[in-house]
Design a protein around this ligand. Sequence first.
Ligand SMILES: NC(=O)c1ccc[n+]([C@@H]2O[C@H](COP(=O)([O-])OP(=O)(O)OC[C@H]3O[C@@H](n4cnc5c(N)ncnc54)[C@H](OP(=O)(O)O)[C@@H]3O)[C@@H](O)[C@H]2O)c1
Length: 338
Amino acid sequence: MKLLVFGGTAWLGRTLALEALGRGHSVTCLARGDSGDVLPGVRFVRADRSSSSSDVAYAQVVGEHWDVVIDVATQPGHVRGAVAELHAVVGQYIFVSSGSVYASQRKLNQDESAPIQEPLESDVMESMADYGRAKVACESAVTSVFGSERSLVARVGLIGGPGDTSGRSGYWPWRFSRPSNSSGTVLVPDAPDLPAALIDVRDLAEWLITCAERGTVGVFNATANQLPFTDHLATARSVAGRRGDTVAASSAWLVDQGVQNWAGPRSLPLWLSDRDWFGLSAHDVSRARGAGLVSRPLEQTLADTLEWELDRAQPGPHGAGLTDEEERSLLAQLATAR
Ligand SMILES: NC(=O)c1ccc[n+]([C@@H]2O[C@H](COP(=O)([O-])OP(=O)(O)OC[C@H]3O[C@@H](n4cnc5c(N)ncnc54)[C@H](OP(=O)(O)O)[C@@H]3O)[C@@H](O)[C@H]2O)c1
């Protein structure tokens, strides 16, 4: 198979290239090179998809036939330009979209027929607040040109695993293995009804390359099976091999202390305080399972992520979650408040 990846210099794109190379496919990656290098064995086409004219951006690849394109873009203009330039030379177009396209994230277990947001009209997504609408616009650009017979749209949920520089999959095993205090106590949210679902980047890449090989088409939610967030925490704790206590704080108290949901600094990663967002980690994945998506055990993903963190020159969850000082201070405040 002759595969063209738009991307390939960042996490998922590189993992896709690695998987395809391992199966003996010919892999070309088109990117600027700003996010990193491509893997050895990959043909690199350096190009800027934001070039003023799309025929310039794709000039180096439009003269060849490609069995499959896999595109990880978020900017609608990038996808609109690519499908316009390449529709005649590409067999199948696989677009990596997101579960954020859905109009509401309140309902659990939404399948691919659930309503989606309005597409972003602009070619340029200026703010992450428009991420879902930008992905809708990208999906629409692909399917309007390639039709349902020659396109696959993967609405991906939270990705985790080794290489996750967002710290979202690394924080909990890291925190349990490196407590902030001598008693080993870890601060967790009291969120008994919150679901969690983390797809391992390697499982996602394996499945997408298999789809490319088989010519699988359609729209798919692509996440792991949901489980209670409390089970996710228990798995992280067990992987870290620690037996310290956890102390659960209510969502209202955490919000009052300025602890952020989901990601980033001063956060409890993967925690959501607002029920309107619980569906984000609870999409129905039966269609993708039927099309061959297999997930490794969460234990393995979290253990490998922890190992990757510990192997780094400066191990740690990359600024995500609570610092040691923040966690100690919150634990002390919580003890006083009780
Ligand atoms: N992380 C998650 O939990 C999550 C969840 C749902 C969906 N997703 C989706 O999963 C995908 C992740 O992909 P990823 O990790 O490979 O990449 P990424 O971090 O989204 O990076 C985008 C890729 O596009 C390239 N690119 C950006 N601007 C470009 C330009 N102007 N011209 C040419 N190339 C350009 C970048 O390369 P250069 O900078 O080198 O040009 C990079 O390789 C994305 O589609 C994301 O939306 C992620």
